[in-house]
Design a protein around this ligand. Sequence first.
Ligand code: SAH
Ligand code: SF4
Length: 348
Amino acid sequence: MKILEYTFEETTKYLNKEFGKGKFHAAGICREIFKKGNKNITKAKEFHDSKELASEIMRRISISPGIILKTEYEANTVKYITKLNDGLNVESVLVPMNSYTTLCISSQAGCRFGCIFCETGKNGFNRNLSTEEIIGQFYNAKFYLKKSSIKNIVFMGMGEPLDNTENVIKAVEIMSDQRCFNIARKNITISTIGIPDQLEKLGSNLNPVPNLAVSLNSAVNSTRSKIMPINKKYNLSDLRTALLSYPLRNSSVFFFEYVLMLGINDSYTEARKLVEFVKPFKARVNIIPYNNNSCADISSPSYDKVKEFSRWLVEKSIFVRMRTRKGSELMAACGQLGKNFEGNKSNS
Ligand code: SAH
Ligand code: SF4
């Protein structure tokens, strides 16, 4: 029983089928394991009168989140590398905010979408992570790195979450269940290049939905196709249609991610097109200055350029935030995960 990928309902069903028990005991198991990181469930009050049952369940439970190989610190940002059971490595990043911590996790080992500015994309694709491996990054951060203040989870590490939708959906269910990890859906963000049928799947399987950060990076088809090959299959109009039917929570907004690259997507025309694309949505645009990595011939814009581009949007009443480069020295900033990495041999 790989408990890290069992939802509360699945644990209940399992107990019912195997032992004729139900929610009461499932609550005890989930509390000990997800909230306390304690595999020894015999001490849970629910098993007070049934120690043998607890021992039998314990024997069946397996917890394999992978082993933390390495942690690196820059200021307060922590990047850690997890070695999975088959030897592949994935990266996660802990970013401290004022009073809580945000955890950035990976959904795949590698990525097959090949965006030209992205380190992960450059290194190719290995495989999807299982739900246990996705949850495992959180479990390890909470109980081995002792980060008890994680309140936000962002799927912005390695991989494309909507290329592994089923496992991601299940991970979100387990993370957000009050009886398990209890991270509110509004504090979970899925960053995606926006694959229309998978957006539909996400929206129809999770109610309420988590936040969506859409890696837009250009609202001009020819530019976007050049930097993000997915745009040749699903263009901006397909993306717009899919987003318009995404069941956004009340009072929530779309986050549009825009990696600003010198001479590529930073012109006034690009800004005007971006305004046009974003206007029909309740939205915020996050401007992320391109982080230098070992990709192609791309340069970061100057700080003045980032400010100017942002101003063009603000003048048209678009909500904009300029993202800082927290963690960039460590190659831990978004889009840089996967560099300096000997462990993974891609097969694509
Ligand atoms: N596959 C998903 C999630 C992982 S990438 C996606 O693309 O959204 C997470 C974020 O990092 C994306 O918003 C992506 O645009 C950004 N990113 C990739 N490479 C980057 C770079 N070199 N500099 C800054 N941001 C980058
Ligand atoms: Fe994959 Fe996202 Fe990187 Fe594109 S930006 S290659 S989708 S991880």
